[in-house]
Design a protein around this ligand. Sequence first.
Ligand code: GSH
Length: 257
Amino acid sequence: MLELYHYEPYANSMKCMVCLKEKGIDFVSRYVDILKFEQHEPSFVALNPNGQVPILVHDGKVIVESTVINEYLEDVFPQVRLRPTDAYERHRMRVISKWNDEILMPSVSMLGWHSRFHPFAKNIDEKEFQQRMRRVPLYEIREKWETTRKGAFTEAQLNESRRKIRWMIARMEEALSDSKWLAGPEYSLADINTYPQIEGVTRLYKEFWNEKNAARSIEWLARMNERPAVKAAFALSRFSNAPGQARDADKTARATA
Ligand SMILES: N[C@@H](CCC(=O)N[C@@H](CS)C(=O)NCC(=O)O)C(=O)O
């Protein structure tokens, strides 16, 4: 049996949701509500000591880290191939996924926590918030929640995140200058792993997302949004989230305000 523990169809959860849908693999969806801090519940931390989604549980074995989960799915279910056979293109797929994990994802995440999660986190009662923080396993994630609650990401930090997003989009524009997909002529895990963060850029860094800076990336995103696997992943949203729309934090913030 395959179980995917995930949150809404964006960020790291979305990478694995799209991969499973592309491969047409049946899986049990285990929704972990980040805004109820379910990722820090002891029962979930017993599965992933980092207290983060997504994770995959395959016949009782726990597979962690979204990019690694997708490679695992490719190894175990190769029928729908998402990894290039050519060694150079395979290297491209891995390099782009690495840039995504190390550069793009943390940058988009900071902008999202600052603008979307801050209104939610600031409304939590202080005592409840401190209780919740005591259960966060990773020091840096506790810090991130506390900074988010205070609205204390500095303009310098936010600008540095925007610089890194611009850097990544420049790499994408280069990659897409001679092929339709990021790692070469074939659709691959490079596209899947990058998609959720770029979808986030359209909402969180709107002023940069235009024809002048990102013409090829805009066309690539339109191709991604049309994929049945992407649509099927969005259909799992509890908030009718869709490309360009992430309503979960807004709705939860209003409910707790
Ligand atoms: N490197 C991990 C990062 C996972 C991650 O950052 N998960 C976020 C959601 S996208 C999370 O669980 N955040 C809630 C929290 O840390 O409290 C991966 O790629 O799977």
